[in-house]
Design a protein around this ligand. Structure first.
Ligand SMILES: Cc1cc2nc3c(=O)[nH]c(=O)nc-3n(C[C@H](O)[C@H](O)[C@H](O)COP(=O)(O)OP(=O)(O)OC[C@H]3O[C@@H](n4cnc5c(N)ncnc54)[C@H](O)[C@@H]3O)c2cc1C
Ligand code: FES
Length: 335
């Protein structure tokens, strides 16, 4: 089995032939930087000093021709063909609370959440706990590469992972899940991964911002925050945006939670009022609605967000403009 050595810190770990360097490092409890896990963000880049690599995703947006010339590879896509020496800075921030593992999940139930978001519930062959807000990788057999999906449930033992997944037109993985996977069938899973998990020690009210495909981690976070004794005196604001009313989930998803309406506040909004279908609620983008609702108070909140790249960009712009300390803001960029 190839051995990976980081000479600067004299750190060495084995990487099985069917794994990637970043995932193997994280499984060994190392703080190997990463974010998306699918070749898009570039956060897991390292320099190859010695050895041979196969790069799984040749068209990875986070990897350029110049990287290849300079022998830089993406850790989440780099499969070692020989022992390797690599250069990168490990950071404690990226060490996993629950070390990720590969397992399989059997689809036990499905439920429609909106017209294009469906919840897929998997029972795991080998239970694996995760922190609320984290994601797992789904690897359907007929899809090239893994896709990241955030869990929506809260679990102590990790026996079940639930994912709320938005169908992407002509999408390879969502096509496989929505069209070809039936209850009783099994897929490969890997995880948990991700840094946008609930900070129970943060002494601040909580703001959750979600749009479209970013619903799932926000649902896990709100469920966990409401259940947490440490967070019992916190106000929780859940902002969720869609283009039209049919993009919004049923309020019962949140109204069943204790504290709904007293300390848990739901702020749905749509961005296309011309197609409102009788909508009388808030109109605009979630970051603007959050700013209008909470004003300067937003700066004193612990903020979690997830959604499509344009929404993430807009939220980050607001964070910078309002000078919200980055340590209070948590997200794993969706691609
Ligand atoms: C951290 C994270 C969490 C996410 N959580 C959710 C969630 O909770 N719910 C949800 O609906 N969506 C989520 N997504 C988005 C999801 O992972 C998919 O991008 C989306 O479902 C489209 O997949 P698709 O295969 O159907 O579409 P496609 O259009 O076929 O694929 C598009 C996506 O897959 C990537 N991709 C393409 N080929 C490969 C390959 N060979 N290897 C790896 N990646 C490849 C592309 O970069 C692109 O991002 C998340 C993404 C990330 C990064
Ligand atoms: S490119 Fe590897 S973690 Fe994003």
């Amino acid at each position: 089995m190839p051995q990976i050595l980081i000479p600067a810190t004299q750190t060495a770990f084995d990487c099985p032939p069917d794994d990637t360097i970043m995932r193997a490092a994280v499984r060994h409890g190392l703080g190997f930087p990463y974010e998306c896990n699918v070749g898009s963000c570039g956060n897991c880049k390292f320099e190859l000093l010695e050895g041979e690599i196969e790069h799984l995703r040749k068209d990875a947006p986070g990897w350029t021709e110049r990287d290849l010339q300079r022998k830089r590879y993406l850790g989440c896509q780099a499969k070692p063909l020989t022992d390797c020496k690599i250069k990168l800075n490990l950071r404690d921030h990226y060490k996993s609370h629950f070390v990720p593992a590969k397992t399989t999940g059997t689809l036990s139930a499905i439920e429609d959440i909106t017209h294009d978001i469906r919840e897929f519930r998997f029972t795991l062959a080998a239970p694996k706990p995760f922190l609320p807000g984290q994601y797992g990788l789904i690897l359907p057999t007929d899809v090239h590469g893994a896709r990241a999906y955030s869990m929506s449930n809260v679990t102590a033992d990790g026996a079940e992972w639930h994912f709320q997944i938005r169908r992407v037109p002509n999408g390879a993985c969502t096509g496989a899940l929505f069209e070809r996977l039936s209850v009783g069938q099994t897929v490969e899973l890997d995880g948990p991964y991700g840094m946008a998990y609930l900070r129970e020690d943060a002494p601040r009210d909580i703001v959750l911002l979600g749009g479209g495909s970013g619903l799932s981690p926000m649902v896990s976070l709100v469920r966990a925050a409401i259940a947490s004794e440490k967070l019992a005196d916190r106000q929780i604001h859940f902002f969720y945006g869609g283009r039209t009313p049919r993009d919004l989930f049923r309020e019962t998803l949140l109204s069943v939670l204790p504290g709904y309406g007293s300390r848990l506040h739901y702020h749905p909004a749509i961005s296309m009022p011309e197609e409102n279908g009788g909508w009388t609620g808030k109109v605009g983008f979630v970051h603007d609605i959050a700013k209008a609702t909470l004003g300067e108070k937003l700066r004193e909140c612990e903020i979690y967000f997830a959604g499509p790249p344009l929404m993430a960009e807009a939220v980050m712009k607001t964070v910078v403009e309002m000078k919200i300390p980055p340590a209070q803001v948590h997200f794993d960029q969706f691609f």
